[in-house]
Design a protein around this ligand. Structure first.
Ligand code: ADP
Ligand code: MG
Length: 322
């Protein structure tokens, strides 16, 4: 059973980047306006994510690393004119559990209204909880990832490669959640800092001010973001970013195609624009669950979403004569 558990945990956390993603998504789900990420030793040594979100009430802390412990499905309530459900990024209750199985998990947390803070230490199924004091919010630290899983350790990328991927991932979160304070520190060196801004400001943070000056803003309600003026194109599609209901996703090729098609003859053949598009779809129309890493998304009505994207981009381009 121990081995089965480690294998299951390895599906959720197979590399440091997975820890970063899961902890950042928890911070976003907690409503944080400030998210600080520290990565040491390529993330195998230590990943820490600090947020100023809602915190975990002391009585719930011991359960946080239990498998399938999630506060999020029951917390969903109908809201808004459309009667849509609150959509959180997490809902499986496996991330903290997997982190504790694959490494060492430490958590300090305090809801703003609670007087003292709770501290939790978990490794495997061993859990210790104590009282402490801490600012409101949550700090989660995962250290010594795979230290007791030599086979898993051997297949890890170099620290440099992992840090590159983590930095790119964080860039995508900044692009899709530009209204927050973000900071990424790698081995004590600041890598990325972002103060609250709009999508254009996020493009400035991630790609620099020149790129930011060349994007057009669009907002149709369900398609929001920026697309570049046609002169800012590249042969690769590595600057096309999509998020569905707040989660950065690997876009189906149909969505990339929809953006490119909207440029029609404005786009030099074989090139792609920069775009950051946040798509809102009804929760029942999308399944974020087809892969544990959740970056692949299944959209129930992809042609319809693609048509909306294409129309929104075409409209932005038409409204801004070049
Ligand atoms: P999930 O996100 O799928 O619910 P996790 O294992 O990632 O599962 O987290 C377990 C639970 O711990 C969450 O449901 C939430 O209640 C709590 N939690 C984790 N991280 C945070 C955080 N940064 N702020 C507030 N609560 C958190
Ligand atoms: Mg989670």
């Amino acid at each position: 059973p121990h081995v089965a558990r480690l294998i299951a945990a390895g599906e959720v956390v197979s590399r440091p980047l997975d820890v970063v993603r899961e902890l950042v998504e928890n911070a976003l789900d907690a409503g944080a306006s400030r998210i600080d990420i520290e990565v040491d030793g390529g993330g195998l040594e230590r990943v820490q994510v600090r947020d100023n979100g809602c915190g975990i009430p002391a009585e719930s802390v011991p359960l946080a690393p239990a498998r399938h412990a999630t506060s999020k499905l029951t917390a969903a309530e109908p809201v808004g004119a459309g009667g849509l459900e609150v959509t959180t990024l997490g809902f499986r209750g496996e991330a903290l559990w997997a982190a504790a199985q694959a490494g060492t998990l430490e958590l300090m947390t305090r809801p703003a209204a609670q007087v003292g803070a709770a501290r939790l230490y978990a490794q495997g199924d061993e859990v210790q909880v104590s009282r402490t004091s801490a600012p409101a919010g949550t700090t989660v630290t995962v250290s010594r990832l795979f230290a007791h899983l030599p086979a898993r350790l051997r297949t890890q990328a170099s620290a440099g490669a992992e840090v590159r991927d983590i930095t790119a991932l964080l860039g995508r979160y900044v692009l899709h959640h530009p209204g927050l304070h973000w900071r990424l520190t790698v081995d004590s060196d600041p890598r990325l800092t972002h103060a609250p801004a709009d999508h254009r400001g996020a493009v400035a943070t991630v790609y620099g001010p020149l790129s930011a000056n060349r994007v057009l803003t669009l907002d149709t309600g369900t398609v929001r973001g920026v697309v570049s003026r046609p002169e800012l194109t590249r042969a690769r599609r590595d600057r096309m970013h999509f998020a569905v209901n707040g989660r950065p996703v690997t876009a189906p090729p149909e969505l990339e195609r929809a953006v490119i098609d909207a440029y029609a003859e404005l786009l030099p053949a074989g090139t792609a624009p920069l775009c950051v598009l946040d798509l809102t779809v009804a929760p029942e129309d999308h399944d974020p669950n087809i892969h544990p890493a959740k970056q692949v998304v299944a959209l129930a009505d992809l042609p319809d979403v693609a048509a909306r994207v294409r129309a929104a981009v075409a409209q932005a381009l038409a409204g801004h004569p070049l």
